[in-house]
Write a protein that binds this ligand. Structure first.
Ligand SMILES: C[S@@+](CC[C@H](N)C(=O)[O-])C[C@H]1O[C@@H](n2cnc3c(N)ncnc32)[C@H](O)[C@@H]1O
Length: 413
């Protein structure tokens, strides 16, 4: 295999570094921009190649020894070989790149961060271990340096053989104040196999029919109450289903909530893609009325509990349908939204939701995203419609990985 010496220019979204070899883009995992490395091409495509590092000739000053023995094998971390400050710098650059590619002038990016390790309150095990990267093997583990103490206590005390088989979700955090389970302190274990059996019992039908029913999100909800968990975030209790969506870094979540709600207030606020209503719980303190939209009705069951006693309306349908079927009537009844908080899935805002925001000229939009490329795409539509991007934050929810979350402030003046 031919060995090629390169100095990668930059890290790109996904965490590989980019170098040019004979004019062709080559992506190199586990490299660091600016260091001299010897690589060999492992996979070749029409427009780009993927290479592996054979030797680090002149290491970057930011290169360090990874602190986890499973690094490179488990699919979780991909930046442990870089010191934490430079990691954050690289994540910032990747975020800025996405916006610049859309022709957007990027303001100075601020970083909201927490601990570099021991932060992750959610992990997923398969047959008691971790899925090995690009393989069907299961990696055994009795410690994960990224996970919280509560998860590590389980990994230490329950041997691999005694852990449940199949895919199992763990949520462990000192902020858990109550859960439907009480076997382990501050830890909820959601076993997917058990969920199927539970659903089957609930609807009294065959397992297959029951599963189909669960998928019919608009037909109602069959939330599995055994996976319920309540955490205390900034002094407020928030309930959610461990198998549903909830952030995995509670320290950064608390700081994010403060940044999302900073300098806002008024009559009406919309929490689009609200999940269990995490942001709404805090928005309700500063707005008179909160409107929540979310297509997963299981999540809305929790949102209703979380918003009890607060003036609100929930809509269990997709953002695009809400915009078409409900928004006109709500605007007529309540007047315009003073602010919109929007936290879509990776695919970004639905087209209809983005166009609706463009037309509505809302004074303040706070856009939270788990994919800077789709956030930048949506931002470009907002900016072309007259919104100003006034602030951009890197939300450093996942240190040691190239995963990027971000928060953008838009204003219509
Ligand atoms: C990134 S999560 C944000 C949840 C919430 N804001 C939170 O912080 O907990 C995105 C949410 O969007 C919901 N969702 C995905 N596609 C949707 C759609 N087309 N319409 C409405 N909600 C959607 C998901 O179910 C999920 O709860």
């Amino acid at each position: 295999m031919e060995k090629i010496t390169v100095i990668p220019e930059k890290m790109v979204f996904g965490g590989s570094c980019l170098a040019k070899v004979n004019g062709k883009n080559v992506f190199i995992p586990y490299a660091i921009p600016g260091e001299k490395i010897e690589i060999s091409i492992k996979k070749s495509f029409r427009d780009y190649d993927i290479a592996e590092i054979e030797k680090v000739i002149e290491p970057s000053v930011h290169r360090q020894l990874p602190f986890c023995p499973l690094y490179g094998k488990c699919g979780g971390c991909n930046m442990q070989h870089i010191d934490i400050d430079f990691q954050r710098e690289l994540r910032k650059q990747m975020l800025a790149d996405c916006f610049e590619r859309e022709g957007i002038n990027v303001p100075e990016i601020e970083t909201i961060s927490g601990e570099p390790a021991n932060y992750r309150s959610r992990i997923q095990l398969t047959d008691g271990g971790l899925n090995e990267k690009q393989s069907n093997n299961i990696l055994k583990l009795d410690f994960c340096p990224i996970a919280t103490d509560e998860i590590n206590s389980y990994l230490k005390n329950v041997s691999q053989e005694k852990r449940p088989l199949g895919r199992v979700h763990f949520f462990g955090d000192k902020r858990i104040v109550s859960s439907a389970q009480n076997e382990y302190d501050h830890l909820v274990i959601a076993d997917e196999t058990k969920k199927e059996l539970w659903v089957s019992k609930q609807v009294g039908k065959s397992k297959k029919k029951a599963k189909n029913k669960v998928r019919q999100r608009f037909a109602g909800t069959l939330a599995d109450t055994r996976n319920n968990c309540t955490v205390c975030i900034l002094g407020k209790q928030i309930e959610f289903d461990v198998q549903g969506f909830f952030q995995s870094n509670m320290d950064v979540l608390e700081k994010t909530i403060k940044a999302v709600t900073f300098n806002m207030g008024g009559e009406n606020v919309l929490d689009m893609y609200c999940g269990a209503g995490t942001f709404s719980v805090f928005l309700a303190d500063i707005f008179k009325k909160t409107t929540l939209v979310e297509h997963n009705r299981d999540a809305l069951v929790h949102a209703e509990v979380n918003m009890a006693g607060k003036k609100h309306e929930t809509y269990g349908l997709s953002g695009s349908r809400w915009v078409k079927e409900n928004a006109p009537m709500i605007l007529e009844k309540n007047g315009p939204f003073d602010a919109v908080v929007i936290d879509p899935p990776r695919s970004g805002m639905e087209k209809e939701v983005c166009s609706w925001l463009c037309k509505n000229k809302t004074a303040q939009i706070r856009s939270i995203s788990c994919d800077p490329a789709t956030q930048a795409r949506d931002a470009s539509y907002l900016i072309r419609s007259g919104y100003k991007l006034t602030k951009l934050y890197l939300l450093d929810f996942y240190p040691q990985t190239s995963h990027i979350e971000s928060l953008a402030y838009f204003e219509f003046v």
